[in-house]
Design a protein around this ligand. Structure first.
Ligand SMILES: [Zn+2]
Length: 117
């Protein structure tokens, strides 16, 4: 698997989330946010709390997962299931590059959630 391509994909996703959010914010305030000039910088340096605070809970969680995936790429643990240490299928990673569990563990988690209800 090409890690540079994955990294690029993760960064693009982060940027998309932020751009979408900036657009919503801009519409709400009827003004353009000053963020757009340097999207790459913003996306990468985005430990910036103000940027994160502007996101709603779902998007913030997604950005956090994308960041985790980038960190896992750096650590060399990307593509390994955090639950069973098995390999996560490449097709699954392509569809959702931010996932940290394999399909089996995801299903198990899904089932135990269902049982608790
Ligand atoms: Zn697993």
């Amino acid at each position: 698997m090409n890690h540079d391509a994955i990294r690029e994909q993760l960064r693009t996703r982060i940027r998309e989330v932020l751009e979408r959010n900036a657009k919503i914010e801009g519409d709400l305030r009827r003004e353009r946010t000053p963020l757009e000039a340097d999207w790459d910088e913003n996306a990468i340096v985005l430990e910036n709390d103000q940027v994160l605070e502007a996101l709603d809970a779902d998007n913030r969680a997604l950005v956090a997962r994308l960041h985790t995936a980038l960190a896992r790429l750096d650590a060399g643990t990307y593509g390994r299931c955090v639950s069973c240490d098995g390999r996560i299928a490449a097709t699954r990673l392509q569809a959702m590059p931010e996932v940290t569990v394999c399909i089996d563990c995801a299903r198990e988690a899904e089932e135990s959630r269902g049982q608790r209800r």
